[in-house]
Structure formats: C-alpha cells, structure tokens
Ligand binder design. Sequence first.
Ligand code: DGJ
Length: 736
Amino acid sequence: MNIFYNEKDKAFKLRANNTDYMMKVCEEGYLAHVYYGNKVPDEDLTYLLRLDESPFTPATNDRDRASFMDTLPFEYPCFGLGDYRESAFKIMDADGMSTSDLRYVSHKMYEGKPKLEGLPATFATEESGCSTLEITMYDKYADIEVVLIYTAFDKLDVITRSAVITNKSEKPFKITRALSACVDFDTDKMDMITLNGSWARERAVERCRLHHGKQLVDSCRGESSHQNNPFVALCDNNADEDKGEVFGFNFVYSGNFYAQAEVTQHKKTRFLMGINPLDFEWLLEKGESFTCPEVVMVHSDEGIGKMSRTFHDLYRNNLIRGEYKDKRRPILINNWEATYFNFDTDKLIDIAKEASKLGIEMLVMDDGWFGHRDSDNSSLGDWFVYEKKLMGGLKYLVDEVNKLGMKFGIWFEPEMISPDSELYKAHPDWAIQIKGRPLTLCREQYVLDYSRKEVRDYVYGMMKKILDSANIEYIKWDMNRQLTEVGSATLPAERQRELWHRYVLGVYDLMDRLTTDYPHILLENCSGGGARFDPGMLYYSPQIWCSDDTDAIERLKIQHGTSMCYPCSAMGAHVSDCPNHTVGRNTPFKTRGHVAMVGTFGYELDVTRIPQEDRDAIPAQIEEFNKFNKLVRTGDHYRIGNMFEDNTWDAWEFVAKDKSEALFEFVQVLGRPNERSRRIKLKGLEADAYYYEENEPDKKISGAALMNAGINIAKMWNGDGLYGDFCSKILHFIKV
Ligand code: DGJ
C-alpha cells in the first residue's frame, strides 16, 4: 500500500514511485491540496496551508470566509460559495440553483485500481502495483455525494484521478460541470506545453509562459480533434528535455475535453481537466451516478523527456490491451494513397502479389469497398460488398490474398451515414440532428446517433456479417467528421445535452463489443488522419493512424509532438510515394523508411507502379524494421533534435531498458553551407560502459563520451550526390 493517512492531522499522502501527492481535510471538512512533487520522508506538510494564507489558520473559528474560499487549494472546487476561480463541479438543482458545497465524509484505501464503468482507463498489473484512495465528499444541503478516486502506481510517477457523482436525494438535479481533476499549484512560474494543429499537421508542440487569467485548450467537436489534444504539461520556465520539474496531464477520453490553467490574483495556478462543460448537462435522478473519465498525471523531475517516457511505459503496459499489446505488428500495405476509390479485386490482388514478393505481410483494403461507393459522397452505413468492384465477393479476395501468404485487413467508418445510402433511406432519424433544422454536411456525410442502442446494434450486425464472411485480421476504424446540430430523435428534452457524452460512450461500447468478440483482430483507430489520437482510443486499439500527412519531413514534427505522451509503437506510420500527396515533396525512399519505422510501419503506395529502385529497396527496409522493432516497442525514447526550434535537422534515440544497445536516427532536413558535420550528444546510455557502433566494432567509446562529448555526423549527400536535403542515417550502438 503506498497511500498513508495521518488521523491526527487528517492528512493523506499518495506515493507514486518517486512522487508524493498530499492532501488534508480542513476542520470545516474541505479537502485541500498540500503538495505535489518529489517524494519527501515527511508524513505531514500541512503547515504549508498556513504560510501565506493568514485567514486560514486551523483551530480558530474566526476566519475571513470570502478570502479563505477564494484562496484555499481545493482538491475538487465547487461553484457558488466564494471560490471565484474556475470550479471542477457545478450543478443545476431542482429549484434552479447552482451552488454546491462538498465536504469530507469518509475515505477508504485499497490495493489495485477500480474499473470506470463504460469508460476506458489505465489498469493495474501484477508488475506495476497500484493503490487506490477513494474520498467521499458530501453536500448535505443538496444530498449529493462525490467520490474522488486517486490511484498511485508503485513503480511509475503516475497518479490517476476520477470522480463518481451520485444523487442521494429524492429530487433530480443536473450536473452542468463535472471535471475529473483539479490541481492547485503554489506558483505561476510555469510554462504550459500543448499539442495543437489541424488536419495533416496534428499535435505541433506549443509552449508559452503562464500569465494572469485563463489559458485553455479544448475540443467542442465531439472528438478529441486535430486542433487540440487532451494533453497539457506544466513545467518550470527553464525545463527542457532533460532537466526541470514537469507535470503532465492527459485525459483518457475521446470526446469534448477541457484543460485549463488559471493564474490567480496571488500568482498561483489552478489546473483543471475533464469533459468540456460547454453544452454539457447530465440529469441525475434519485440514486443515479455519473462517472467522470480518468485523468493521468505524470510527474518528472528530469525534464520533459522523462515525463514522456513515463507516459510511454504506462500506456504500453497499463492501457493498451489485446493480442498485439507486446507484439510486432504485421507490415501492411494500405491501398488508400495507391488507388483512393479507384480499385477493384484485380487491382488489389496485383498490389498484394507484388507486395508479398517483397516481404509485406498484410493487405489493407481502405475506403470504397461497400454500398456503391466510388467517391466520398455515398454509402456510409451500407456495410455490404460493392459487387461491381469486388467481383467474386470479399471471401474470394481475402482467400486470394491469404494464398499469397498475406493477411487481410479492412476499413470501416462505423459512426457515419451518407444521405445517399440505403441506411439513411430506411432510418433518416438515426442521424444526429435537430428536428426542424437542416442537417449540415461535412465530407458529404452525417453522424449516426450512437446514444441509441438499436443504431449501434444494427451497425454492429452489418460489421459482424462482413467479419464472419472472410478471414479478416485487421480493422481500420475511421471517423471523418465532427458533430453539429447535436440532437437525438429519442432523448427527452431534459437529456438532450447529454448526447455529446452519450455519443462517446456509444463508440466505446461498440469498440468494446468488437474487441471482445474478435480478440485476434488488430484494430487501428483513425480519424481523418490523427483527430482521435488519445488515450481513450488506445485502450481499444493498440495503434492509431497518426496523420494523413505521410511526408517524411512533415512527420518529423507530427511524430515528435505525438511522442510527448503517446508511445511511438502506437503511431500508425507508412512509407508513401513521392511527390508526397499532401505537400508535394520529394524525399529519399530510405528516409521515408527511417521515419516510418519509428511507428507501426507499413506502405501506403502502389507497389506495382513505384520506381524499380524503390521497390528493390523494400526487402532491406523491412529487414531493418524487423531488426529494430523490438527496441522501438520496448526501449526508452529520447528526443534529441527539435524541428519546432531548428528545422534544419532532427534526431532521436531508442535505448534498451538494460542499456545494452541504442538505435540512433538522424535526419538532415536542410543542408547548410559550410557545415561539414554536426556534433550530436547521445542520451540515456550507461556512462561507465563502453559502446561500439555496429559497423565499427573496433572503435569503443564510453557512454560518458557519447553523452557528454557526442558523435560527429558528416554532411550527407543523396545517391549520386545530387542533393543533400532530407537524407537520413541510423546508427546502432552496442554495449561492449
Ligand atoms: C481518412 C483516413 O485518414 C485515410 O487514411 C483514409 O482512410 C480516408 N479517410 C478514407 O476515406
């Protein structure tokens, strides 16, 4: 058990590896935050609460109420009682009132970690070890109970948080704000790091200094979004990859989220994360409960890099599930950029024939195989085979591909419905809509009302028929539009605003059924590229398509940003053709391989039509991927270059957990005049050990020298010396 309670001071301490998180129940029953940071031997630091908050003096009863309420670091701040900072919890009661007042009632502590009903969440394993603290808070006026759930991991600097709200009264009330976590920091001297972007340039790293007022990232699009990711890190102003204190927050949720830092009048910072309160309401009838999704909090005292590695370890071991969790993923070839909608059985078999000769292991048939879909303007929802394209049927195609020794994968977009579909003709009310208003199209499609079980059941029935009709071993689950006119034909008026969240719960329900019924199928999530790259999705799919931008150079930034909290082994990354379809750039085939092999690896091109020399390079590229994949999947990832700061080069490293080997990758993005070589310092090696590069076994260099003095990377030229931009290199260091 790594949770301690000191009855005398009513003080809690959670220990997660080298991190302590401390709280205290004040004499009024408020739950106050005391400390979050490196572990300390002390059981009780509650003196901190008295230092600069003169009105807050335990054991006296003459407090200045207003001042106290607006400065106390509340663990779960309520609205309406004088805490004018953003609150975590707000209601609308049967009398139209929004004030609530949660006070401590009791707590319990136990080994392990509870499941969150209907929601994805990290889990404990025997190796990881976890302890959980549940603190019950109660509003005696409204008869509302909120159980705050904290889990501390034994061997990782990770604490997770959630809350369960229950209506104990006879009367119903509405929750209008139910965030999952609040942390009040005693300083404003922090930077906020966020991952922002757009389609084809997801998760660009942005960093800014906190300032007075509220700084937030959020999504109100119905998915976690291309635009902002549910991740925030707050760090020392001078923290970098390798030093400084960092607090990382990631929301295990795939819908509307909210993550805000607020610098207050006293130069302190309140951080909040949870479901976006915008347009959110949830009605709780007598006895009903609402569960807030999980927030993962990671503490690092060794910079941003260590925070990322902690997230990676947690997600690889305690979030991702299924048969492929710890396995190398099959090397696939996807026909999207090869053919778009223009394919048929013969074309796919041609691609598979050529691919199988080169060592590619799976053919993925992307969008366009169902209904009468020849472009994006029809057939979503009609999950039956388009016979004109798949002559001979799906089973014939899959069998032919299997005969080549390859697996077969298929694309679905289960949450969508085209106006031009049989499904829409039969069930126009199944689309999310507001009665009497026109429906807005986006990519020629509407969104299905996944709050309705009959809708989910029907879609799943169609998917099952397809999955049972042939030997399908992989699914790409796509989602290509955001939500508008959010209304359901069946929810009563007082529950309409629940649709945002009910939609996400419906998606989780279907993914749960799918992964339970077909445990051998590898599920890859996708949303118009990487609009749903979030931990909620990782719980169901061990890999997520990172971005529709497959250009190797653009990918340097996208994958760098994604690695802030998501493991590289979960990033869908493919070698595609040139000029690149998104940016029109030409890059060496080798570099495309080096960048894709950091992720799941595969090909997204017409292998029958690419230049012969590229085709010839594929077997060796696959060999290289296979050689290093275990290291990429299980090793520690170090970012060395940073294209957001210097767009002339990038580099990164994967180091084995036992430090016995390291893979170093370097990309010379833009050649610079008069620069013959560049000195780069490696990271994460054993300082006292000696290493050699695989191709120079006689040259032994100490880990200390490699990390402190570095190595020289000579300027590279591509092929016959025509150009140097976009060249790449990998080095494999092995411990003597
Ligand atoms: C968006 C995805 O990101 C692409 O890879 C592709 O599957 C298309 N959708 C198909 O419509």
